[in-house]
Design a protein around this ligand. Sequence first.
Ligand SMILES: C[S@@+](CC[C@H](N)C(=O)[O-])C[C@H]1O[C@@H](n2cnc3c(N)ncnc32)[C@H](O)[C@@H]1O
Length: 199
Amino acid sequence: MLRSLFFSPRIRRVAVPSSPLGPTLAMDNNNRSRTTDSSVQTNPRIQKLQQIVKTDASAGWEESWKQGVTPWDLGCPTPVILHLHHSGSLPMGRVLVPGCGTGYDVVAMACPGRYVVGLDISEEAIKKAKQMSSSLPNADDFTFIKADFFSWRPTDLFDLIFDYTFFCAILPEMRSAWAQQIQNFLKPDGELVTLMFPL
Ligand SMILES: C[S@@+](CC[C@H](N)C(=O)[O-])C[C@H]1O[C@@H](n2cnc3c(N)ncnc32)[C@H](O)[C@@H]1O
């Protein structure tokens, strides 16, 4: 239970029956991959990702983005975030999307009154995110930053953190550090929305 961790921001949990990755995929700080479900072994897109990581363990995420091996990428905003946005359910203010990838969700939530920061450790992902979004009408309402979530220090706290397939991409032993950073980054009344695969 997320609530059993050592802090308790407002947490909204959204369960989904399936995901682009299928089961959980995790990578550690050294970019070694670890799967938590044996059925991953039968997914050729996941196998390709694992090959890349094995070949160049020091830069697994970066290499996967460079080679376009991004089996998690929906190619569009997460449907539930569009629903929450359009139904007026999301807080305004400052929003963080850690591990944002190409940033579909960042762009989808950004609007006057809601400034969204997309954060990713991959330079290639951030480059793609900027290329895809720089000319959009709401471009003043979001930004993309290349940084490591676990060492990054924001200048201001956030009203909302939206984690879509980032928490589930890190190793279980990194979850406490993830929780600590979430606590560090959220305002006291901030809200955490996590969308993840069944764990
Ligand atoms: C499974 S992908 C999800 C991407 C995006 N949320 C999406 O759904 O398309 C995980 C992302 O986390 C990024 N990532 C991994 N470790 C990170 C870290 N320590 N700090 C920031 N981003 C990280 C990867 O580069 C990758 O883009």
